[in-house]
Design a protein around this ligand. Structure first.
Ligand SMILES: Nc1nc2c(ncn2[C@@H]2O[C@H](COP(=O)(O)OP(=O)(O)O)[C@@H](O)[C@H]2O)c(=O)[nH]1
Ligand SMILES: [Mg+2]
Length: 417
């Protein structure tokens, strides 16, 4: 893969946000920049070997709620072979058990492709018991189950990823109609994680276009309806500190993103659709140098955030205007309530929300749920309880399926504690 260089970045404490980098070639050949003059000037080649080295350490978590089987199959087909797949589902279990269909789909895929995967249902009582045992009561709702929500699914997925001992985790939505896009996202994660010269790195995707139907014709829209608002406010947050306007953040709502687990395990994840924008907010809170950091090791290093603009159209299920408005506001809620957001920005957020008709004058934006870092969980206890009690928890072993010696994705004896 060849990426355009990112020449500029904005710093906020230890956080270094790199300007959006385009994908120039999806496949740039086997050799790095082959010594030709001019070729290494404005772009970087990441060789297949370098990509593969990351992919063998990469877990791809697929949050899934009632998506159709053929779409899920397409998504699986796009995830590079060496990545480990983790499906976290919140699909209906009755009248038809949709999770069972999903688990079978993953199982069949793993058998055909000789791959390994983990699948689990978020609302399985055994999963709740495991998270309680591991020390995260905050995740449990009044019914005694893990709360519904995309952020919660991502948290569960990150915990499973950590148990595998791999070094990186990335996320891909299950409702993506273009397997080639999924493939490109994963390649871009690997490329970005390879380029980021820090153990604490994050890669976020900004897709180039999203196809829509307008009066019977295809129109390739450049930006999502929710991203524009989220990005604008995150940039205003930065500008209020630096006194310079900026457009550096282009990936506030990026559902497609990856990070090193060394970073991910320290992050506090937010619930629902606040999860993606809150990742930025939490980076600013924990590593921005405004509040005291609990991680001097990270402060002494740096936290690069690479943003990559991919080539495939982002074509996913349309979940309606109400959903989009909800997502926008969740981003503003977390920014409003952050201890590092300056007063002028908080006031402007209030004014904006009132003007949008989502708040009355004098009201405060609601608070989103913020969970403790996954790194605080006792992963060995989590595993034992999942293994004993979570009936939906499946470990699919591609090697055993191919008649080779068993190598389940999680080895109880090497779970990091
Ligand atoms: N496991 C799980 N997945 C969810 C939940 N909510 C949404 N998803 C999945 O997360 C992905 C993104 O959600 P979607 O509603 O498409 O949001 P958008 O693409 O950001 O507009 C999709 O694959 C959904 O199926 C949830 O509560 N639990
Ligand atoms: Mg979607």
């Amino acid at each position: 893969m060849r990426l355009a260089d990112s020449f500029r970045s904005e710093r906020f404490g230890a956080v270094r946000i790199h300007e959006l980098q385009r994908v120039i070639e999806l496949d740039s050949g086997a050799v790095a920049n082959s010594g030709l003059p001019g070729l290494s000037g404005a772009s970087r080649v990441i060789t297949p070997d370098a990509l593969r080295a990351i992919e063998t350490q990469l877990v791809i978590v697929v949050p899934c709620m009632n998506e159709s089987r053929s779409v899920i199959e397409g998504v699986l087909s796009g995830i590079p072979h060496d990545c480990l797949i983790v499906l976290v589902s919140n699909s209906d279990r009755g009248p038809v058990d949709r999770y069972e269909i999903e688990a079978q789909t993953v199982e069949q895929f793993c058998r055909l492709a000789g791959r390994s995967a983990l699948t689990v249902h978020q609302r399985d009582p055994g999963v709740a018991a495991a998270f309680k045992a591991a020390g995260m009561d905050e995740l449990i709702d009044d019914d005694g189950l893990v709360r519904a929500g995309k952020g919660e699914a991502m948290l569960v997925g990150m915990a499973l990823a950590a148990m595998t001992g791999r070094q990186y985790v990335g996320y891909v939505d299950a409702d993506n109609y273009v397997p080639g896009a999924v493939h490109e996202y994963c390649k871009a994660y690997a490329a970005g994680l390879h380029l980021a010269e820090s153990p604490y790195s994050m890669v976020r995707i900004s897709w180039h276009s999203k196809p829509k139907l307008r009066e019977g014709r295809l129109f390739f829209s450049r930006r999502g309806r929710s991203s524009e608002v989220t990005n604008e406010w995150l940039n205003r947050f930065l500008a209020e500190y630096s006194h310079f306007g900026t457009e550096v953040i282009a990936t506030g709502n990026a559902g497609e993103h990856a990070m090193s687990l060394a970073l991910g395990l320290k992050l506090r994840l937010a619930g629902g659709f606040a999860v993606e924008p809150f990742e930025y907010v939490d980076l600013f809170e924990q590593f921005g140098g405004v509040l005291e950091s609990a991680h001097p090791d990270v402060m002494a290093s740096s936290v690069p955030v690479l943003q990559i603009e991919t080539r495939n159209p982002h074509f996913h299920d349309n979940k309606g205007e109400e959903h989009v408005q909800g997502m926008r506001m969740q981003a503003l809620n977390v920014l409003y309530h952050s201890a590092v957001t300056l007063p002028a920005v908080r006031q402007a957020i209030l004014d904006f929300m009132v003007a949008q008709g989502v708040l009355e004058v004098g009201q405060q934006p609601p608070r989103e749920r913020i969970y403790p870092p996954v790194g605080t969980l006792a992963l060995d206890l989590l595993y034992d309880a999942l293994d004993a009690e979570a009936q939906s928890f499946r470990q699919l072993d591609g090697r055993a399926a191919a008649g080779l010696p068993a190598a389940p994705p999680i080895d109880r004896h090497t779970i990091p504690v």
